[in-house]
Structure formats: C-alpha cells, structure tokens
Design a protein around this ligand. Structure first.
Ligand code: CA
Length: 268
C-alpha cells in the first residue's frame, strides 16, 4: 500500500508489521487522526527499569544510550540511542572523515546528501534536530566510523530491535502507551498542536518516551533500520502512520528530508 506525503507529493510504501492487508492510512498534513485526552505513560512491569548505559563520548555531543532487554524476537540485550542522531553529531563524522556521501569508494556522492547544509555546516538552528537527507548507506557509514573510533559495535538497530524497543512486551500501540495523544510526538500536525511543522529538536516530547526512556520513536523522522526498512513515521504523516507497527519501504539510496536514524550498540 502507498502513503503519499502531502509535503513532497512523493509516495512511500507503508505496511503494517502485523500482516493486515488493505489498511489505508490517512496521510495529509493536518489530518488530526483520533484525538483523545492525554493518558499518562504506563510502566511496563515486564521490562527492566531504565538502566544507566555509558554514553558514547568519543564525539560531541555524546550519544546517550538506553539498555533494552532481550525479548521474544530479540535474542540479546542491546543498547539503543536515547535520541535520533542529530546534525551536530553527524557533523562530527563529516568533519573528521571528510565523508562526502559517496555510497561506495567508487561511487559519486548522492545528490541529496545533506543538501540543506552549506559548505559542510548545518544551519545553526538545526543543531539538535535529527540529521536528514541521508540514505541508508550514509547512516551505516556513520555507524561504521563510530565502531572503528570506539571499539564498540555501533550499528543500525534491526527491524525487530527497533520494534521491541518501541512497543515492549506489552505491545504498545505508541511508545508511551495505547492511546493517541497529538502532543506526545512530532507528527503531521503543522505545528499548532505539536509545535513543529517539520523536524523538532530531539527529545522535545519527554511525555512521548517509552517507559525505558527512549525518545521520538513515533514521529519526527523515518528511522533507517539495519534491514533497510524505515520505522517510526515522519513529521508529515498522520497518527495512524506513526504507530509503532508501521513500516516504510524506500530505495536505500534515497536521501529524503524525512529520513534519519538512531544507533544501536551491542552489549559487550
Ligand atoms: Ca508536526
């Protein structure tokens, strides 16, 4: 099925991860979806308490991590980024390596790669916004660099890991619980409710975090997973499309202004 982003007119195939065929998402910007009064985030008793995980301090700003336990489809505990990777963090990679967005040593840079930056610098007001205009290869290149730099295994979360982190054992519909709340994430509202017409600084919705403290798993940007599936729904789609079970499928070489990522780190 195809969801059309009204901000760009482009199509993005979206599928429910639980095999229901024929679901059609309302996708226009400003589509309110179901609006209900906010509910408090419910702790998931089957999940561990938030665990202190050592942040990755090899770059600035450091990358904060949250420990996620093993689960039915995730055999080993892992760390996941508390936030999406920001422009400032991605800039540390570009600055140190001179990376130009070439997918492979022999290829040309992707035309859209960081095209909102100027001379290798991000717009100052977007410092803490998620980096966008990166394709799957650009996200992986950052992870590979950080693995070499830290000696830890830094990679994109698998599709299963992402979903487990977002939904927990309770199988939450949204990271915070089962009830839609238009103020707990950056979705297709043009900013009247959620405050942002496009990307929001990471961590802008603490009430939308999971019980373990992982932020922005609904909305803000589509996040590349290791399996090249996009998760989380971006700033331009409706409530239905930022549910934890939704997936986006795109060309891994496309660097859209709604595509970014967060890291996973293997537990030693
Ligand atoms: Ca919004």
């Amino acid at each position: 099925m195809m969801a059309v982003c009204s901000s760009c007119g482009g199509g993005l195939a979206v599928a429910r991860s639980i095999g229901v065929v024929g679901l059609i998402a309302a996708v226009s910007v400003g589509c309110a979806g179901r609006r209900e009064e906010p509910q408090p985030a419910r702790p998931d008793p089957a999940r561990p308490h938030p665990a202190a995980a050592s942040p990755i301090t090899a770059i600035s700003p450091p990358i904060e991590l949250v420990l996620i336990s093993a689960g039915p489809d995730v055999r080993r505990a892992f760390y996941i980024g508390k936030f999406e990777i920001t422009n400032a963090q991605y800039a540390a990679f570009v600055r140190e390596t001179g990376y130009d967005g070439s997918d492979h040593p022999s290829s040309k840079p992707t035309e859209q790669f960081l095209d909102y930056w100027t001379d290798g610098r991000y717009p100052p007001d977007l410092r803490d916004h998620p980096v966008t205009r990166i394709n799957w290869h650009h996200a992986k290149a950052f992870c590979d660099w950080l693995s070499r730099k830290t000696g830890r295994v830094v990679r994109l979360p698998t599709d299963a890991e992402w979903e487990w982190a977002a939904r927990g054992r309770a199988g939450r519909v949204y990271p915070w619980g089962d009830e839609w709340d238009p103020r707990r994430c950056n979705w297709g509202d043009p900013g009247e409710i959620d405050g942002y017409a496009e990307t929001a600084p990471v961590g802008s919705y603490p009430a939308g975090a999971t019980p373990e403290g992982v932020h922005d798993l609904a909305g803000n940007i589509w996040e590349w997973s290791a399996s090249k599936v996009l998760r989380g729904g971006p700033w331009c789609l409706d409530a239905e499309s930022v549910r934890c079970e939704w997936k986006g499928r795109e060309d891994p070489q496309r660097a859209d202004d709604k595509f970014g990522f967060r890291v996973a780190v293997e537990v030693d």
